[in-house]
Ligand binder design. Structure first.
Ligand SMILES: C[S@@+](CC[C@H](N)C(=O)[O-])C[C@H]1O[C@@H](n2cnc3c(N)ncnc32)[C@H](O)[C@@H]1O
Length: 293
């Protein structure tokens, strides 16, 4: 199902439903590439399926769908409420492009930027699927570059960063960049893994035993770019950084549970999530804020 901005605003409060249907659309597409070489090479599709392995396992689908929709519903709301006819979104560290594709399905025009040639290559090839299967040319431009060096000609309505600030160097440089590329009253949305989730913190600890940072090549200049390994923050800290950089936080949510929960335990896990809402240990957080003068 492809959404238009009007079909979303008709539903008004039902952004959760809209993003959930987009999740289903993306899932159908990802599963399609597992069996078809129509758009992606075998190597590409293996990478895509591996990255989204938790999505494609049937017993996980309700959980991953729940997390995906929770993390995207504010973005859907901002796109729908934006004054511009077609709001513009910058997806920082867009990876293989799922959230960029989701934004265009929600009616925005998107620039998705990532350092990885491989991932951007896959993201570009995925667009062909939507053109052929759904008859739409998605309004998204994927760029392979170090996002902090990106100097757009026109400012954006929304800057989106999912699972990105745990890698980018440095955090203040990213906030400054986001401020520079956003219009006045534009929104910054950050969603990432939560430092206070014990399982996630332990996984990061294991990762950090070998190194806190690695380096990758800038795809344009071949200069070395620092790449943090699972550098986790607490939502409270990130909310403070929003304020320090001239953003007024508009919402904070803590969501999901980790490790991943199978269908059988989902209702129990949701009850626990409700009970534990006072203790911010959910797997991920999402903070949005508006740029103020
Ligand atoms: C964990 S992935 C997240 C991808 C996608 N946003 C998602 O949620 O699936 C982080 C991505 O950020 C990209 N990245 C990290 N630092 C970057 C930088 N300075 N400029 C552009 N992309 C960067 C990486 O190449 C990687 O694809």
């Amino acid at each position: 199902m492809i959404f238009t901005r009007s079909s979303i605003s008709e539903k008004e409060t039902d952004f959760y439903c809209a993003t959930n249907q987009i999740f289903e659309t993306l899932l159908e597409e990802i599963k399609f590439h597992a069996f078809s070489r129509g758009y992606l090479t075998r190597q590409d599709s293996e990478l895509l399926i591996k990255y989204y392995s938790s999505w494609t396992r049937a017993s996980n689908v309700p959980y991953t769908g729940y997390c995906f929709t929770q993390r995207l519903k504010n973005l859907a709301r901002f796109i729908s409420e934006c004054d511009n006819t077609v709001p513009s979104v910058l997806d920082c560290g867009c990876g293989m492009g799922s959230e960029s594709i989701a934004c265009t399905l929600l009616g925005a025009k998107v620039v998705g930027v990532d350092l990885s040639k491989k991932r951007i290559g896959i993201a570009k090839k995925r667009l062909g699927y939507y053109k052929d299967r759904h008859g739409i040319r998605l309004d998204v431009n994927f760029l392979c570059k170090e996002v902090l060096k990106y100097r757009p000609k026109v400012k954006f309505d929304i800057v989106y960063a999912k699972e990105f600030i745990s890698h980018v160097w440095s955090l203040p440089a990213f906030f400054k960049f986001a401020r520079d590329v956003l219009k006045e009253r534009g929104y910054l949305i950050i969603t990432d893994a939560n430092l206070f989730n014990p399982f996630i913190a332990f996984k990061a600890y294991l990762d950090h035993r070998t190194a806190l940072f690695t380096v990758v090549d800038d795809p344009e200049t071949s200069e070395k770019v620092l790449y943090a390994r699972e550098r986790l923050f607490s939502p409270r800290y990130i909310a403070k950084v929003f304020v320090q950089h001239g953003f007024k936080p508009t919402s904070t949510s803590i969501l999901g549970y980790s490790p991943c929960v199978s269908r059988r335990f989902l209702s129990f896990a949701r009850k626990l999530e409700g009970l534990a809402s006072k203790v911010p240990i959910g797997a991920a957080y999402e903070i949005s804020g508006v740029k103020i003068a």
